[in-house]
Design a protein around this ligand. Structure first.
Ligand SMILES: CCCCCCCCCCCC(=O)SCCNC(=O)CCNC(=O)[C@H](O)C(C)(C)COP(=O)(O)OP(=O)(O)OC[C@H]1O[C@@H](n2cnc3c(N)ncnc32)[C@H](O)[C@@H]1OP(=O)(O)O
Length: 204
């Protein structure tokens, strides 16, 4: 098992700061003038309070992504731009495995917008890449990399609505693993994806 490398309070502060960054990133896109100043002032006050008085932070829940020392001795921080609570680029997601199916949920705000009211198509591809990779990873003993990913945009993928990403493996052929899945808003399939994940050649 791996060891933690910072205190629980510091990990909580880091994740609180990432959440502040998330709120500011959204606020910068839907507020102007005094409204924006109010938000910035409120978040700065919160950060000052969190720095000067650790009891300001709710430490009831364990940090989601504390850095740790890996079994190989490396200090590791989850940098993932989809799942890391500590990376402000990542929205907050849930991931669940149900047998061979992986399901992920999230609600995306304005920083992920492409056309007005719709998720940027590139970010929809990011979400599908991630959920399909998880489905592949759950079936293999080794890591694999996305080799190809085909995305079909069926319907507008809405901003501000809970989205459900689902992924499953469709075929395993040696180093090649094929997977497919979709993103739904409610019961509507908005985006489909299918692709190939390849494990690196074994070292000779
Ligand atoms: C838990 C915390 C962690 C958290 C970590 C979470 C990370 C999740 C991230 C999501 C996933 C990513 O983003 S991964 C990052 C993005 N992807 C990458 O960076 C990958 C870049 N590409 C590569 O590194 C390389 O191309 C590889 C390793 C994927 C494959 O190289 P290779 O080993 O030389 O492969 P190669 O021989 O050409 O192909 C292997 C086999 O696949 C076949 N093949 C190749 N392309 C195709 C194709 N389009 N359609 C059908 N078949 C194909 C070939 O014919 C061959 O078949 P045969 O002759 O063997 O039958």
């Amino acid at each position: 098992m791996s060891d933690l490398v910072e205190s629980r309070a510091d990990s909580t502060l880091a994740e609180f700061t990432a959440d502040v960054c998330r709120r500011l990133a959204s606020g910068l896109l839907d507020r102007t003038g005094d409204d924006l100043r109010d938000l910035v002032a409120q978040e700065v006050d919160g950060l000052r309070a969190a720095l000067s008085d650790p009891s300001f932070l709710d430490t009831a829940d364990a940090p989601s992504d504390p850095p740790f020392v890996s079994p190989k001795g490396y200090t590791t921080i989850n940098t993932n731009p989809v799942t890391s609570r500590r990376n402000p680029l990542a929205p907050l997601v849930t991931i669940e495995h149900d047998g061979d199916v992986v399901e992920m949920t999230t609600t995306l705000s304005l920083p992920y917008q492409g056309p007005r009211g719709r998720v940027h198509g590139g970010y929809a591809a990011v979400l599908l890449d991630h959920v399909l990779w998880h489905a592949v990873r759950s079936r293999l003993d080794s890591v694999s990399f996305t080799r190809s990913l085909t995305i079909t945009y069926e319907q507008a993928l809405p901003i501000g609505t809970e989205l459900t990403m689902t992924g499953r493996v469709t075929e395993i052929d040696g180093r090649k693993t094929f997977a497919a899945g979709e993103i739904k808003a409610g019961d509507v399939v908005c985006v489909r994806g299918e692709g190939l994940w390849v494990s690196p050649r074994p070292r000779t």
